[in-house]
Design a binder for this molecule. Structure first.
Ligand code: GZL
Length: 323
Protein backbone atom coordinates (compact mmCIF):
# COMPACT_ATOMS: atom_id res chain seq x y z
CA UNK A 1 0.00 0.00 0.00
CA UNK A 2 1.42 3.43 -0.97
CA UNK A 3 2.65 5.65 1.84
CA UNK A 4 -0.20 8.12 1.64
CA UNK A 5 -2.97 5.53 1.68
CA UNK A 6 -1.14 3.47 4.23
CA UNK A 7 -0.58 6.37 6.59
CA UNK A 8 -4.36 6.68 6.71
CA UNK A 9 -4.59 2.96 7.44
CA UNK A 10 -1.93 3.17 10.14
CA UNK A 11 -3.72 6.11 11.75
CA UNK A 12 -6.94 4.10 11.66
CA UNK A 13 -5.16 1.04 13.13
CA UNK A 14 -3.64 3.27 15.77
CA UNK A 15 -7.03 4.69 16.63
CA UNK A 16 -8.41 1.15 16.84
CA UNK A 17 -5.60 0.30 19.25
CA UNK A 18 -6.29 3.50 21.17
CA UNK A 19 -10.01 2.88 21.05
CA UNK A 20 -9.41 -0.63 22.34
CA UNK A 21 -7.17 0.67 25.07
CA UNK A 22 -9.92 3.03 26.27
CA UNK A 23 -12.54 0.26 26.30
CA UNK A 24 -13.07 -1.52 29.62
CA UNK A 25 -10.59 -4.38 29.25
CA UNK A 26 -11.25 -7.92 30.32
CA UNK A 27 -7.99 -7.94 32.23
CA UNK A 28 -6.01 -5.10 33.73
CA UNK A 29 -2.62 -4.29 32.26
CA UNK A 30 -0.20 -6.71 33.88
CA UNK A 31 2.12 -5.06 36.39
CA UNK A 32 4.30 -4.08 33.45
CA UNK A 33 6.63 -7.05 33.94
CA UNK A 34 5.84 -8.57 30.54
CA UNK A 35 7.98 -11.29 28.96
CA UNK A 36 7.94 -11.58 25.17
CA UNK A 37 9.39 -14.63 23.44
CA UNK A 38 10.61 -13.65 19.94
CA UNK A 39 11.74 -16.32 17.45
CA UNK A 40 13.62 -14.53 14.65
CA UNK A 41 14.27 -16.08 11.22
CA UNK A 42 18.03 -15.58 11.29
CA UNK A 43 20.54 -12.91 10.21
CA UNK A 44 20.52 -13.52 6.45
CA UNK A 45 20.18 -9.95 5.23
CA UNK A 46 20.55 -6.27 6.00
CA UNK A 47 16.80 -6.14 6.34
CA UNK A 48 16.83 -8.86 9.00
CA UNK A 49 19.61 -7.16 10.96
CA UNK A 50 17.59 -3.93 11.04
CA UNK A 51 14.43 -5.83 12.00
CA UNK A 52 16.14 -7.56 14.94
CA UNK A 53 17.65 -4.26 16.13
CA UNK A 54 14.25 -2.59 15.94
CA UNK A 55 12.59 -5.32 18.04
CA UNK A 56 15.38 -5.39 20.64
CA UNK A 57 15.50 -1.60 21.03
CA UNK A 58 11.71 -1.29 21.18
CA UNK A 59 11.42 -3.98 23.88
CA UNK A 60 14.01 -2.17 26.00
CA UNK A 61 12.22 1.16 25.51
CA UNK A 62 8.88 -0.44 26.41
CA UNK A 63 10.22 -2.15 29.53
CA UNK A 64 9.31 -5.54 28.12
CA UNK A 65 11.66 -8.44 28.89
CA UNK A 66 12.71 -9.96 25.55
CA UNK A 67 13.67 -13.60 25.12
CA UNK A 68 15.22 -13.51 21.62
CA UNK A 69 16.24 -16.51 19.52
CA UNK A 70 17.96 -16.61 16.08
CA UNK A 71 16.90 -19.69 14.10
CA UNK A 72 19.65 -19.36 11.45
CA UNK A 73 16.91 -19.75 8.80
CA UNK A 74 15.93 -23.24 10.02
CA UNK A 75 12.26 -23.94 10.75
CA UNK A 76 13.11 -26.66 13.26
CA UNK A 77 15.08 -24.13 15.29
CA UNK A 78 12.15 -21.70 15.31
CA UNK A 79 9.75 -24.43 16.41
CA UNK A 80 12.13 -25.46 19.22
CA UNK A 81 12.48 -21.83 20.32
CA UNK A 82 8.68 -21.44 20.48
CA UNK A 83 8.43 -24.65 22.52
CA UNK A 84 11.03 -23.19 24.86
CA UNK A 85 8.94 -20.03 25.27
CA UNK A 86 5.91 -22.20 26.09
CA UNK A 87 7.87 -24.09 28.74
CA UNK A 88 9.08 -20.75 30.09
CA UNK A 89 5.43 -19.54 30.24
CA UNK A 90 6.19 -16.20 28.55
CA UNK A 91 3.29 -13.75 28.34
CA UNK A 92 3.29 -13.39 24.54
CA UNK A 93 5.08 -15.14 21.66
CA UNK A 94 5.98 -13.30 18.45
CA UNK A 95 7.84 -14.68 15.44
CA UNK A 96 8.54 -14.25 11.74
CA UNK A 97 7.85 -17.68 10.17
CA UNK A 98 10.79 -18.61 7.96
CA UNK A 99 8.38 -20.48 5.65
CA UNK A 100 4.56 -20.47 5.41
CA UNK A 101 3.78 -24.11 6.20
CA UNK A 102 4.46 -26.55 9.05
CA UNK A 103 3.32 -24.44 12.03
CA UNK A 104 0.00 -26.10 13.03
CA UNK A 105 1.36 -28.33 15.79
CA UNK A 106 3.44 -25.76 17.66
CA UNK A 107 0.79 -23.03 17.30
CA UNK A 108 -1.78 -25.41 18.78
CA UNK A 109 0.63 -26.07 21.66
CA UNK A 110 0.85 -22.31 22.29
CA UNK A 111 -2.96 -22.09 22.18
CA UNK A 112 -3.29 -24.96 24.64
CA UNK A 113 -0.85 -23.12 26.93
CA UNK A 114 -3.03 -19.99 26.57
CA UNK A 115 -0.09 -17.94 25.25
CA UNK A 116 -1.16 -15.49 22.51
CA UNK A 117 0.93 -15.43 19.32
CA UNK A 118 1.65 -12.39 17.13
CA UNK A 119 3.12 -12.87 13.62
CA UNK A 120 5.57 -10.21 12.53
CA UNK A 121 6.98 -9.71 9.02
CA UNK A 122 6.02 -13.03 7.43
CA UNK A 123 2.76 -15.02 7.41
CA UNK A 124 1.78 -18.67 7.87
CA UNK A 125 -0.62 -20.76 5.78
CA UNK A 126 -4.21 -19.39 5.96
CA UNK A 127 -5.55 -22.54 7.67
CA UNK A 128 -3.51 -21.51 10.73
CA UNK A 129 -5.16 -18.07 10.93
CA UNK A 130 -7.23 -18.99 14.03
CA UNK A 131 -3.98 -19.81 15.86
CA UNK A 132 -2.52 -16.32 16.01
CA UNK A 133 -3.94 -13.04 17.33
CA UNK A 134 -2.50 -10.48 14.91
CA UNK A 135 -0.19 -10.21 11.88
CA UNK A 136 2.06 -7.15 11.69
CA UNK A 137 3.95 -6.78 8.43
CA UNK A 138 4.07 -5.75 4.80
CA UNK A 139 1.83 -6.74 1.91
CA UNK A 140 4.34 -8.70 -0.20
CA UNK A 141 1.91 -9.24 -3.07
CA UNK A 142 1.58 -5.48 -3.36
CA UNK A 143 5.37 -5.12 -3.29
CA UNK A 144 5.57 -7.49 -6.28
CA UNK A 145 2.81 -5.56 -8.04
CA UNK A 146 4.68 -2.27 -7.47
CA UNK A 147 7.75 -3.83 -9.07
CA UNK A 148 5.65 -4.88 -12.08
CA UNK A 149 3.99 -1.47 -12.40
CA UNK A 150 7.41 0.21 -12.55
CA UNK A 151 8.53 -2.24 -15.24
CA UNK A 152 5.43 -1.62 -17.39
CA UNK A 153 6.03 2.14 -17.22
CA UNK A 154 9.78 1.77 -17.88
CA UNK A 155 9.20 -0.25 -21.06
CA UNK A 156 5.98 1.43 -22.26
CA UNK A 157 7.62 2.43 -25.55
CA UNK A 158 9.41 -0.89 -26.14
CA UNK A 159 7.82 -2.96 -28.92
CA UNK A 160 10.15 -5.99 -28.73
CA UNK A 161 10.29 -8.56 -25.92
CA UNK A 162 11.70 -7.77 -22.47
CA UNK A 163 13.58 -10.72 -20.98
CA UNK A 164 13.46 -10.83 -17.18
CA UNK A 165 15.50 -12.93 -14.75
CA UNK A 166 14.16 -13.28 -11.21
CA UNK A 167 16.07 -13.98 -8.00
CA UNK A 168 13.50 -15.37 -5.57
CA UNK A 169 13.77 -15.23 -1.79
CA UNK A 170 13.84 -18.26 0.51
CA UNK A 171 11.85 -21.11 -1.05
CA UNK A 172 8.46 -21.46 0.64
CA UNK A 173 8.63 -18.13 2.43
CA UNK A 174 5.71 -15.70 2.25
CA UNK A 175 7.78 -12.85 0.78
CA UNK A 176 9.16 -15.11 -1.97
CA UNK A 177 5.77 -16.61 -2.82
CA UNK A 178 3.92 -13.31 -2.74
CA UNK A 179 6.50 -11.06 -4.41
CA UNK A 180 6.68 -13.58 -7.24
CA UNK A 181 2.88 -13.78 -7.53
CA UNK A 182 2.31 -10.02 -7.36
CA UNK A 183 4.96 -9.32 -10.02
CA UNK A 184 3.68 -12.03 -12.38
CA UNK A 185 0.12 -10.75 -11.97
CA UNK A 186 1.14 -7.19 -12.80
CA UNK A 187 3.00 -8.04 -16.02
CA UNK A 188 0.85 -10.90 -17.34
CA UNK A 189 -1.32 -8.65 -19.51
CA UNK A 190 1.60 -7.68 -21.77
CA UNK A 191 3.15 -10.64 -23.60
CA UNK A 192 6.36 -8.69 -24.31
CA UNK A 193 7.46 -9.36 -20.73
CA UNK A 194 9.06 -12.81 -20.47
CA UNK A 195 10.50 -14.30 -17.26
CA UNK A 196 13.27 -16.41 -18.81
CA UNK A 197 14.78 -17.60 -15.51
CA UNK A 198 13.51 -17.64 -11.91
CA UNK A 199 15.60 -19.20 -9.13
CA UNK A 200 16.04 -18.85 -5.37
CA UNK A 201 18.98 -16.89 -3.98
CA UNK A 202 17.68 -17.52 -0.41
CA UNK A 203 17.71 -13.76 0.36
CA UNK A 204 21.49 -13.76 0.80
CA UNK A 205 24.17 -11.75 -1.06
CA UNK A 206 26.46 -14.75 -1.59
CA UNK A 207 23.74 -16.98 -2.99
CA UNK A 208 22.38 -14.12 -5.10
CA UNK A 209 25.80 -13.71 -6.75
CA UNK A 210 26.23 -17.46 -7.26
CA UNK A 211 22.79 -17.92 -8.84
CA UNK A 212 23.15 -14.81 -11.02
CA UNK A 213 26.46 -16.16 -12.35
CA UNK A 214 24.70 -19.40 -13.30
CA UNK A 215 21.80 -17.52 -14.90
CA UNK A 216 24.16 -15.33 -16.96
CA UNK A 217 25.90 -18.46 -18.24
CA UNK A 218 22.56 -19.55 -19.71
CA UNK A 219 21.05 -16.14 -20.57
CA UNK A 220 23.89 -13.92 -21.80
CA UNK A 221 22.14 -10.56 -21.73
CA UNK A 222 18.71 -10.35 -20.06
CA UNK A 223 17.07 -6.93 -20.05
CA UNK A 224 15.93 -6.88 -16.41
CA UNK A 225 16.73 -8.45 -13.04
CA UNK A 226 13.91 -8.58 -10.48
CA UNK A 227 15.49 -9.42 -7.10
CA UNK A 228 13.21 -10.16 -4.13
CA UNK A 229 15.62 -8.37 -1.80
CA UNK A 230 18.58 -5.96 -1.81
CA UNK A 231 21.15 -8.48 -0.61
CA UNK A 232 20.56 -10.73 -3.62
CA UNK A 233 20.51 -7.68 -5.92
CA UNK A 234 23.89 -6.53 -4.55
CA UNK A 235 25.34 -10.01 -5.04
CA UNK A 236 23.95 -10.10 -8.57
CA UNK A 237 25.54 -6.70 -9.30
CA UNK A 238 28.94 -8.25 -8.56
CA UNK A 239 28.16 -11.11 -10.97
CA UNK A 240 26.96 -8.72 -13.69
CA UNK A 241 30.10 -6.57 -13.40
CA UNK A 242 32.37 -9.64 -13.43
CA UNK A 243 30.59 -10.66 -16.64
CA UNK A 244 31.66 -7.33 -18.15
CA UNK A 245 28.22 -5.71 -18.14
CA UNK A 246 26.90 -2.54 -16.49
CA UNK A 247 24.22 -3.12 -13.81
CA UNK A 248 21.43 -0.55 -14.09
CA UNK A 249 22.23 0.08 -17.75
CA UNK A 250 22.86 -3.21 -19.63
CA UNK A 251 20.60 -5.01 -17.15
CA UNK A 252 18.06 -2.87 -15.32
CA UNK A 253 17.58 -3.90 -11.69
CA UNK A 254 14.43 -3.88 -9.56
CA UNK A 255 15.03 -4.61 -5.88
CA UNK A 256 12.97 -4.83 -2.68
CA UNK A 257 13.71 -3.74 0.92
CA UNK A 258 15.38 -0.31 0.76
CA UNK A 259 18.55 -0.84 2.80
CA UNK A 260 21.23 1.88 2.85
CA UNK A 261 23.56 -0.29 0.75
CA UNK A 262 20.90 -0.56 -1.95
CA UNK A 263 20.33 3.19 -1.95
CA UNK A 264 24.10 3.72 -2.34
CA UNK A 265 24.02 1.35 -5.34
CA UNK A 266 20.99 3.15 -6.76
CA UNK A 267 22.71 6.51 -6.34
CA UNK A 268 25.58 4.99 -8.36
CA UNK A 269 22.99 4.09 -11.06
CA UNK A 270 23.47 0.32 -10.49
CA UNK A 271 19.88 -0.23 -9.30
CA UNK A 272 16.94 1.38 -11.10
CA UNK A 273 14.10 1.17 -8.56
CA UNK A 274 13.64 -0.01 -4.96
CA UNK A 275 10.33 -1.18 -3.54
CA UNK A 276 10.61 -0.43 0.16
CA UNK A 277 9.87 -3.15 2.73
CA UNK A 278 10.00 -1.64 6.20
CA UNK A 279 11.80 -3.73 8.88
CA UNK A 280 11.30 -1.18 11.66
CA UNK A 281 8.39 -3.02 13.29
CA UNK A 282 9.60 -2.93 16.89
CA UNK A 283 7.50 -0.11 18.34
CA UNK A 284 4.28 -1.28 16.66
CA UNK A 285 4.99 -4.82 17.90
CA UNK A 286 5.46 -3.71 21.52
CA UNK A 287 2.18 -1.77 21.44
CA UNK A 288 0.44 -4.91 20.17
CA UNK A 289 2.15 -7.05 22.83
CA UNK A 290 0.89 -4.81 25.64
CA UNK A 291 -2.66 -4.75 24.25
CA UNK A 292 -2.72 -8.52 23.69
CA UNK A 293 -1.25 -9.27 27.14
CA UNK A 294 -3.97 -7.11 28.69
CA UNK A 295 -6.60 -9.16 26.85
CA UNK A 296 -7.70 -6.26 24.70
CA UNK A 297 -8.97 -6.50 21.12
CA UNK A 298 -6.35 -5.70 18.46
CA UNK A 299 -6.51 -5.55 14.65
CA UNK A 300 -6.05 -8.95 13.01
CA UNK A 301 -3.85 -7.26 10.41
CA UNK A 302 -1.54 -4.25 10.87
CA UNK A 303 0.29 -3.20 7.69
CA UNK A 304 3.61 -1.33 7.75
CA UNK A 305 4.34 2.02 6.11
CA UNK A 306 6.40 1.82 2.90
CA UNK A 307 6.95 3.33 -0.54
CA UNK A 308 8.72 3.00 -3.91
CA UNK A 309 11.92 4.92 -4.69
CA UNK A 310 13.32 5.59 -8.19
CA UNK A 311 16.91 6.34 -9.18
CA UNK A 312 16.15 10.09 -9.34
CA UNK A 313 15.09 10.00 -5.67
CA UNK A 314 18.07 7.99 -4.37
CA UNK A 315 20.45 10.84 -3.55
CA UNK A 316 17.83 12.87 -1.69
CA UNK A 317 16.44 9.84 0.19
CA UNK A 318 19.78 8.27 1.20
CA UNK A 319 20.61 10.49 4.23
CA UNK A 320 17.27 9.70 5.88
CA UNK A 321 17.45 5.94 5.44
CA UNK A 322 17.31 4.35 8.91
CA UNK A 323 18.51 0.83 8.01
C1 GZL B 1 10.42 -9.25 4.20
C2 GZL B 1 11.45 -10.11 4.89
C3 GZL B 1 12.49 -10.52 3.93
C4 GZL B 1 13.29 -9.35 3.38
C5 GZL B 1 14.62 -10.00 3.22
O1 GZL B 1 9.52 -8.77 5.12
O2 GZL B 1 10.84 -11.27 5.41
O3 GZL B 1 13.40 -11.37 4.61
O4 GZL B 1 12.78 -8.82 2.19
C6 GZL B 1 14.71 -10.80 4.50
O5 GZL B 1 15.68 -9.12 3.08
O6 GZL B 1 15.70 -11.75 4.45
Amino acid sequence: MKRRALLAAVVLAGSILTACSTEPSSGEDPDGELVLGFAQVGSESGWRTANSKSVQEAAKKAGITLEFSDAQQKQENQIEAIRGFIRQKVDVIAFSPVVESGWGAVLNEAKAAKIPVILTDRAVDPENSPLYTSFLGSDFVEEGEEAGVWLIKEYADRSGTVDIVELQGTTGSAPANDRKAGFAEAIKLDAKFRIVASRSGDFTRAKGKEVMQAILNAHKSPDVLYAHNDDMALGAIEAIEEAGMEPGTDIKIISVDGTKDAFVAMKAKKINVIVECNPLLGDQLMRLVRQVAAGRKVPRRVETVEDVYTQEEAEEALPSRQY
